[in-house]
Design a protein around this ligand. Structure first.
Ligand code: ADP
Length: 193
């Protein structure tokens, strides 16, 4: 840490921003295999929340890996840095009173623990999108499972790299049985949003 960096005083407090918005900041963290439905549910959840007059921000691979993290690859070191930056950005949104919906495979307990530690336990709601691998692979939204099976994508979660199921997620959704609309409704109910 640079000794010449000092904290800024006087920035408007989180509580004032939450009062202004009439809502509480929170991070809804989706974890699950590629194609499990994280982004699809996030989009539906954002739609339903916005209809209720609530301000949201969705973060996913598309707006993060092409933007703030465009200089990062998939080495162990870069994966940790990827999640650290995502969590720091999320924290800024949450401290602004915004319902921040994060969609990242985040396949290991270690990675999710880093995110939770940075964002803060009380602001971190873990939702495990637990759609069976066979279904994700059948959907193959991005054609990545086929490539992974042929060995054209290395270390692909679920095929050639492990996915560790979260130990105690706040919620678990299986999109084999639930539509995106139903999943979003369940989250809103559970979190009393
Ligand atoms: P992820 O963000 O987890 O990689 P996506 O949301 O990008 O997954 O892809 C999930 C795919 O599965 C989408 O093409 C979506 O239309 C499809 N799908 C089918 N049924 C469901 C469901 N019940 N819930 C969510 N997605 C579903």
């Amino acid at each position: 840490m640079n000794n010449n960096i000092f904290p800024t005083n006087g920035i408007l407090e989180r509580a004032s921003k939450e009062l202004l918005l009439g809502q509480k900041g929170i991070c809804i963290w989706f974890t699950g295999l590629s194609g499990s439905g994280k982004t699809t549910i996030a989009i539906e959840l954002e739609k339903q929340l916005n209809l209720k007059g609530l301000l949201t921000q969705v973060l996913d691979g598309d707006n993060i890996r092409t933007g703030i993290n465009s200089n990062l690859g998939f080495s162990d070191e870069d994966r940790i840095e990827n999640i650290r930056r995502i969590a720091e950005v999320t924290k800024l949104f949450v401290n602004c009173g915004i319902i921040t919906i994060c969609c990242f495979v985040s396949p290991t307990n270690e990675i999710r623990a880093i995110a939770k530690q940075i964002i803060g336990e009380k602001d971190f709601v873990e939702v495990f999108v637990n759609t069976p691998l066979e279904i994700c692979e059948k959907r193959d939204v991005k054609g990545l499972y086929a490539k992974a099976r042929k060995g054209e994508v290395k270390d692909f979660t679920g095929i050639s790299a492990p996915f560790e199921a979260p130990l105690s997620p706040e919620m678990e959704l299986n999109t084999a049985n639930l539509s995106a609309v139903e999943s979003a409704r369940l989250i809103i109910e559970k979190l009393k949003l």
